[in-house]
Structure formats: C-alpha cells, structure tokens
Design a protein around this ligand. Sequence first.
Ligand SMILES: Nc1ncnc2c1ncn2[C@@H]1O[C@H](COP(=O)(O)OP(=O)(O)OP(=O)(O)O)[C@@H](O)[C@H]1O
Ligand SMILES: [Mg+2]
Length: 134
Amino acid sequence: MSAWRFSRYFLGSAPSITEARRFVTALLRGWPAVDDVELIVSELATNAIRHSASGRFGGRFLVSVQAHTDRLWVGVLDEGGPSSPRLFRPYPEGEGGRGLLLVANLAVDWGVWGDEHGRTVWAVLRTSSRTVSA
Ligand SMILES: Nc1ncnc2c1ncn2[C@@H]1O[C@H](COP(=O)(O)OP(=O)(O)OP(=O)(O)O)[C@@H](O)[C@H]1O
Ligand SMILES: [Mg+2]
C-alpha cells in the first residue's frame, strides 16, 4: 500500500519538462533520492513529448509519484502511438538512446504498461527507511 500518491497533468510541450522536474522536487523535498527522481522524470517526460502522441498539439502527459516507507515509484503516462519504449545501447555516434538506459541504471526496477492508446513508463527507487509524511 502506498503512503501517499500525487499526480499531475502537463502539456506535451518542452517547457513542461522543467515544470515536471519542479513538481517532483517540491513533492520530494528532503527525500534522499530526489535528484535521481528528477532525472528520471525529465527523461520520461522528454520521451513522452518526443516519441508519443503526447507531443502532438493539445497532447499531455501525467506524472505520478507514490511514496512508500522504503521506496519511491514514479511513472509517466503518455498518450500512446505506434512506437514503444525500448532500451538501446547508446548509438556509436553519441546521438540519443541514453534516456532509458539512464533510467534503468538509476532504478532498482522499471517497466512499461499499456499500448498504443497510452503507456506508463515507470521506475522504482529504493530509499533508506524513513517515516513518510505528506
Ligand atoms: N514514451 C515513449 N513512447 C514511445 N516510444 C518511446 C517512448 N520512450 C522511448 N521510446 C522509444 O524508445 C527509444 C529509446 O528511448 P531513449 O530515451 O533511451 O532514447 P532517445 O529518446 O531516442 O534518446 P535520448 O533519450 O538519449 O535523447 C526511443 O528512441 C523511442 O523509439
Ligand atoms: Mg529519451
């Protein structure tokens, strides 16, 4: 069971990447994993905008954070589309393919739910045991 959960929609355009980072920073003030969650949200929000229908005119994506006593769950729900998230090795020429690799390295677990109508890319980070307050 989660101790608390917050979600917020963002417009599917570039300025929302910074807004989504600020949203999680504000929610997770004082949590040890806040920097990692910020990076993960930034990568997942960027992907939602660049690779899913969330980036179309009027599109949006949903950022959710769930706090448990010893871990944080973060997910970005997009509006789907033909392409699916997949792990690449970084391209030899150094262009792209690093975002999900970074997420996979920072998280203890991660994955994708959904289909062409909408996908949630999620990650779990372990935090030291602490008292959870909203
Ligand atoms: N939310 C998503 N919806 C659909 N496809 C996705 C999504 N996220 C990632 N992908 C697919 O998975 C691939 C790998 O994503 P990843 O973030 O690792 O690399 P990238 O976005 O191509 O480059 P980088 O993140 O390094 O700028 C993408 O190129 C894209 O094809
Ligand atoms: Mg990416």
